[in-house]
Design a protein around this ligand. Structure first.
Ligand SMILES: *Cc1c(COP(=O)(O)O)cnc(C)c1O
Length: 819
């Protein structure tokens, strides 16, 4: 079978759509939905998909990246860009899906489809590991399982593939039918169904029925009866079924699950015989995912012995990139799990989002791209690295070294990982961002360890995708055209400095705000170019503020005078932000100062009022709504008095996070998003709609058994009348774990149990009462996560999430995850 060739006119025909083509013969190879990640613009087709923002807004960006082929709904762009090809459709998403269906129909390819509430991505990756010896496999990149991700995954199929593994996820009814048509799985794997996330469905049964539509034309359906009890057996999909269960009768009836050290030993009855396998994992989720893979191998006809041999070699799947601090001021992006072109492109995009060092290095193992010859593969990689402005490559493996001449920038090659590690002491790494990306068998974990600062065992993990999710949540709440100022003061509420600012800049917020000049200067030095407001500009920092192009908040005539004097060497209008006191009574101009202020501003050409703003004191509290209303009105009045004299209209803003949620009329020209970005909003019941962005973890150092009457810690505060067991963990008040958490007030999660503190919190350590629970040194103790969340911690010691977050000291290492 040959690969289909898609000219732009052929695509217009497939879509049965109107087209305005200037070059009908252009060949399309890449479908692009994000103007920020473009590989080969001349062969790319941009789909103006709308999500939180209208995709048409990004046509300009895409054009700037040299894309000339577009699928749109709004014809007006045709005249605006006369040198481009346009296909005009009724719905852009449907067009993308239709094209994917056409592509899928072209191939008669064995396909496994996976759906279910949890485990889809892991099961997909594990089946890939288990079956790669026998097939050339195409699979969804990462967790591309949505209405958009599935068509993009299917588009990757080419003639050399012999097996496809795609996952599908849905959030409501009437979504699965399209995905089923795009994937067309002959083999269906249903992982499980959860109670949670039922929002888009009226009942669990409805959710189940909808999900199973993926398999309506499948030949083989692999499932557990434990998850489909709402459905009659005769209504299950598939011409043939294969079931697994550890609770009831099934084709694969699991009768024993025995953890042995880090592994898990499974026994089962299959075809009336007892069989077994070993999984190199011990956590509950991995064991279930392992059972699903076991069932799938058997259902596909592998023998019990073959299945066992393959399963014991499974390796963990981490779909996340980790950003951490490295040696010699480097930033390390650790992606030592996989190496293929599509995940390399994603990792390079993330590398490109980092502005903190001008130099970008990639340490890359050779890739194993099924069905592509080496010259093509490394030519493509060399182009990709070039486009992503990589300055230096360290290639590891004999294949990649053979193509050294393709890489037209600083490049060095090593035969294998050991050779690199031997040479490491003589290699220079300093002030650069380094992407470490290697196929599993190259064991690049060893390389990232050499490059990373030693992480002591208390870590704050920050989920950058969750933060983007929260940003989009607020974007969906503000009116079109309203700008966003993201509050990154106090180390971005404890979460980080340039790491967060890079993300916000990439996702195009309009402004950043910091408390002090130092914080803004640090961001400028890390390459952040967004405008930055400084809320407490000290007189001594004026010069630095001007030098680094930061914009001060002006809250009094004295500070205005001082700042204007500092500008004496400059002959342009410097942007400043006027703060009005509408009721907070912290900083800002009062009503009786507006006359003087406006006269001063009008007479002085040295400053330009970029914005006028005020701050709400209780936007999240219904009992103070009258006061909030009064603040908004007072602010509007004072601002308009100022504007009358100024003769131009600066940006007006007053709403903080809960102001955005509760006061639509307070959105004005801009909103100031703070705590909501980090996952909290007192205006939302249980922060509904927001994602958890931070997890704080520490480690058990020692476990002790105490006799009745012994005490724990300083001043003998911890008493154990009946004796018991305690664990010491590596976090104390110097890390930001408040002393008020002592003596049972605070709790941590260990191995799934919530356990109380005992005795007083020490400077660097805390003791926990773990009586009756199995805990060993080295086990993880979770201080807060999604389950045991910061809201609860704040309640325990009678404070607010803001304080818990900003108290986490700089000694605690931050690690950033990005998918
Ligand atoms: C911190 C701060 C905000 C953000 O408040 P959140 O409640 O965190 O959204 C907004 N405006 C000003 C002036 C602030 O100091």
């Amino acid at each position: 079978m040959l690969n289909p060739i898609y000219t732009i006119s052929r695509i217009a025909e497939i879509l049965n759509a109107d087209a305005k083509l200037v070059d009908e013969q252009v060949i399309i190879q890449y479908l692009v939905i994000d103007s920020r990640s473009v590989l080969v613009p001349e062969n790319s087709l941009f789909f103006a998909l709308s999500s939180h923002r209208d995709g048409h807004e990004f046509i300009k960006d895409a054009y700037g990246k040299e894309i000339r082929n577009f699928v749109i709904t709004e014809e007006k762009y045709v005249d605006e860009y006369p040198d481009c090809n346009f296909i005009i459709v009724d719905a852009v998403l449907s067009a993308l899906q239709k094209l994917a269906i056409e592509h899928r129909n072209h191939f008669d390819l064995k396909t496994i489809g996976i759906t279910g509430s949890n485990g889809k991505t892991i099961v997909k990756e594990w089946l890939y590991q288990l079956l790669a010896a026998d097939y050339n496999i195409v699979r969804s990149p990462k967790s591309y399982n949505s209405q958009i991700g599935v068509p993009l995954s299917v588009w990757q199929i080419d003639a050399d593939h012999t097996l496809a593994i795609f996952e599908a996820g849905i959030s409501g009814v009437n979504e699965m039918e399209t995905l089923a048509e795009i994937i067309q799985p002959q083999i269906g794997v249903f992982t499980n169904i959860g109670e949670a996330h039922a929002e888009g469905f009226s009942s669990k049964r409805e959710k189940l029925t909808e999900k199973l539509k993926l398999f309506k034309d499948s030949d083989l359906f692999i499932y557990s009866p434990d998850y489909v009890s709402e459905i009659n057996f005769k209504d299950l999909p598939g011409k043939r079924q294969f079931s697994w269960s550890s609770k009831q009768g099934a084709d694969l009836r699991i009768i024993a699950v025995e953890p042995i050290e880090g592994n898990c030993y499974l026994r089962a009855i299959y075809k009336d015989k007892e069989i077994e396998c070993m999984l190199p994992f011990k956590d509950k989720a991995s064991i279930e995912n392992g059972m699903i893979c076991w069932a799938t191998l058997l259902a596909l006809g592998y023998s019990a012995e073959q299945a066992d041999l393959r399963l014991e070699k499974l390796s963990p799947v981490s779909m996340r990139l980790e950003l951490k601090n490295g040696i010699n001021q480097c930033s390390i992006i650790d992606d030592s799990y996989s190496a293929d072109i599509s995940s390399l492109a994603i990792a390079l995009d993330f590398l490109n989002q980092q502005n903190q060092h001008p130099k970008k290095t990639v340490i890359l193992s050779e890739l194993f791209e099924t069905g592509q010859d080496d010259l093509d593969l490394y030519t493509e990689i060399a182009d990709l690295l070039g486009q992503k402005k990589v300055n230096r490559l360290i290639g590891i493996g004999s294949h990649i070294a053979r193509y050294a001449q393709l890489f037209k920038f600083e490049a060095q090659f090593f035969e294998d990982t050991n050779a690199f590690i031997e040479a490491f002491p003589g290699l220079q790494f300093s002030h650069e961002t380094i992407l470490v990306k290697g196929a599993r068998r190259f064991e690049f974990g060893r390389i990232s360890k050499l490059l990373t600062q030693k992480i002591h065992d208390t870590v704050l993990e920050i989920d950058l995708n969750a933060m983007v999710g929260n940003l989009q949540f607020y974007r969906s709440k503000i009116k079109p055209g309203v700008k966003i100022m993201a509050m990154v003061k106090a180390f971005s509420y404890g979460s980080g400095s340039f790491e967060i600012a890079n993300l916000l800049q990439f996702h195009k917020v309009d402004y950043l705000a910091v408390a002090y000049a130092d914080e803004g200067i640090a961001l400028r030095k890390a390459g952040i170019t967004l405008p930055i407001m400084v809320m407490s500009p000290e007189e001594s920092a004026f010069e630095a503020i001007i030098k680094h192009n930061l914009e001060p908040e002006i809250y009094s005539l004295e500070i205005l005078n001082g700042f204007v004097n500092a500008l004496s060497d400059y002959d342009f209008s410097y942007p400043v932000h006027i703060k009005i006191d509408s009721g907070m009574h912290r900083l800002g101009f009062d009503g009786n100062e507006i006359d003087k202020l406006s006269t001063f501003l009008k007479d002085s050409q040295r400053v330009k009022v970029q914005s006028i703003f005020s701050h709400l004191v209780a936007s999240g509290e219904a009992e103070h709504d009258g006061f909030t209303q009064h603040q908004i009105e007072k602010f509007k009045l004072m601002a308009s008095q100022l504007i009358d004299v100024l003769g131009y209209k600066p940006i007006l803003h007053i709403a903080n996070t809960s102001g955005i949620s509760r006061w639509p009329e307070g959105q004005m020209d801009m909103v100031r998003l703070g705590i909501g970005l980090y996952g909290f909003d007192s205006a939302l019941l249980n922060n509904r709609g927001l994602q958890t962005t931070m997890v704080l973890k520490t480690t058990v150092t020692q476990v002790k058994t105490l006799d009745a009457g012994e005490t724990v810690g300083y001043s003998r505060n911890g008493v154990m009348p009946k004796g018991g067991k305690i664990a010491t963990v590596k976090i104390g008040y110097a890390d930001g774990y408040n002393r008020a958490f002592g003596n049972g007030v605070g709790k941590m999660l260990i191995n799934g149990h919530l356990v109380p503190t005992i005795g007083s919190i020490c400077m660097d350590m805390t003791m926990l009462d773990i009586t009756g629970i199995d805990v060993k040194p080295g086990d993880e103790a979770i201080v807060f996560n999604q389950e045991h969340n910061i809201m609860e911690l704040a309640k325990e010691i009678n404070t607010i999430p803001y304080e818990i977050l900003t108290n986490i000291s700089q000694r605690v290492k931050r690690v950033y995850f990005y998918e």
